[in-house]
Design a protein around this ligand. Structure first.
Ligand SMILES: NC(=O)c1ccc[n+]([C@@H]2O[C@H](COP(=O)([O-])OP(=O)(O)OC[C@H]3O[C@@H](n4cnc5c(N)ncnc54)[C@H](OP(=O)(O)O)[C@@H]3O)[C@@H](O)[C@H]2O)c1
Length: 357
């Protein structure tokens, strides 16, 4: 049975949940997918580059015991990937929205080493998608990133594996749970500051929630979706972004009373047919009818409505997601990568056919 050495670069919430999930699904992986694995590398800035070619002990990993490193210890990503005999690397370091670094360099190193690169880090898709995809192809490996948008909700794999030849005209939806919770708390009578504090107490909002409130978290997800699913590479400056900061409590509460609550809506629309490269991308607060899909869902729900040439409206939504859900997206990518599912090579269609459509 094939045995894979797995390395985690970044060992925070998602990394710890991934280790737990891998062992929760140990027998399913072995008995249903013929996959056995060891975790042979763990790395963060604080703990350094740890490698154990025979595999770290599960108990040591989940009880946070100090892990024993090989001697001499690896001093950089290349030495670490080699020492850990890496077959697949999970890039789960913090997001750098400006450049996607150093996560992109980590993925390059993994692919050049001959390992699959699997990530939850949006920066790799937003700033490095085409390069990493092409490098993976040239290496006969996979660059996969299901968990970068909407935790583990199957979005990229849906289009890749389940919806062949579907072309996307538009998508819109709710891509940021934190603003959903804040808007809901304000609608129920709180001030903006009180609502932010509630979201922080629930562990939903970060200490500095400005990337959520000002719409930039959703904008980065919009870029990742448009780049991969519509083949329209966008920059942050291409997205018209307006957060929820300028809405008053009175506006939010009145909208709820009128059954048209405010939601932070992300939307990308092609200006012409399904091959049109010109698009409009927006992230902004919009009033949505309470009986619509976006209006009816709970505050934390992530939802995307895809409009395609072949399916007019397909809505996919996810509730109660967390780092274990994100870890599940990474696990699915790992299974895809090692199951030998070949990436479809997208070929340009003949111009004549394009013109007729
Ligand atoms: N939490 C979720 O449910 C979720 C959902 C979707 C996507 N994501 C994405 O998944 C990634 C991980 O999220 P998380 O919640 O696990 O974050 P986290 O708890 O803050 O953990 C981040 C980890 O990355 C390490 N790290 C950060 N920068 C590094 C660098 N330059 N080199 C090496 N290690 C580095 C940190 O350790 P040191 O500080 O010691 O370096 C830490 O171990 C992020 O990109 C996030 O946006 C998370």
């Amino acid at each position: 049975m094939p045995h894979y050495n797995l390395c985690l670069l970044g060992y925070g919430n998602v990394g710890r949940n991934l280790v737990k999930l891998l062992y929760d699904k140990y027998f399913d992986l072995r008995d249903k997918h013929d996959i056995e694995f060891s975790i042979t590398g763990i790395a963060t800035r604080r703990i350094g580059w740890l490698a154990s070619p025979d595999g770290f002990d599960y108990e040591d990993l989940i009880t946070d015991k100090p892990l024993v490193n090989i001697d001499p210890a690896p001093t950089n990503v290349h030495e670490w990937l080699k020492a850990a005999r890496t077959d697949a690397m999970f890039e789960i370091t913090s997001l750098n929205p400006q450049t996607g670094q150093p996560a992109i360099d980590h993925c390059v190193a993994a692919l050049e080493h001959g390992a699959h690169a699997i990530t939850a880090n949006k920066g790799t898709v937003v700033h490095g998608y085409h390069m990493l995809r092409d490098l993976a192809r040239s290496q006969g490996k996979r660059f996969l990133f299901e968990s970068t948008v909407a935790d583990g909700m199957p979005v990229f794999s849906l289009f890749r594996d389940v919806l062949p030849v579907a072309r996307l005209r538009q998508f819109d939806g709710l891509l940021n749970g934190t603003t959903g919770v804040i808007l809901s708390e304000i609608a129920a009578g709180k001030s903006m500051d009180e609502a932010i504090q509630s979201a922080q107490a629930l562990g939903i909002a970060e200490t500095d929630p400005s990337a959520d409130i000002d719409g930039w978290d959703a904008a980065v997800k919009v870029i990742a979706l448009a780049t991969v699913l519509m083949d329209v590479p966008l920059k942050l400056s291409d997205v018209q972004v307006e957060g929820i900061r300028n809405l008053t409590a009175e506006q939010i509460q009145a909208a709820r009373r009128d059954s048209k609550p405010y939601k932070l809506v992300s939307r990308v629309t092609r200006l012409g047919g399904v091959d049109e490269q010109r698009i409009i991308a927006t992230v902004r607060p919009e009033q949505v009818p309470i009986e619509s899909a976006m209006g009816a869902v709970g505050p934390e729900t992530m939802l995307i409505n895809f409009q395609m040439d072949v399916i007019p409206n397909l809505v996919i939504m996810e509730d109660n997601a967390g780092p274990y859900t994100t870890a599940y997206g990474l696990l699915c990518d790992f299974i895809t990568a090692v199951s030998g599912v070949q990436e479809r090579q997208i070929r340009q269609r003949p111009t004549l056919l394009d013109d007729r459509l």
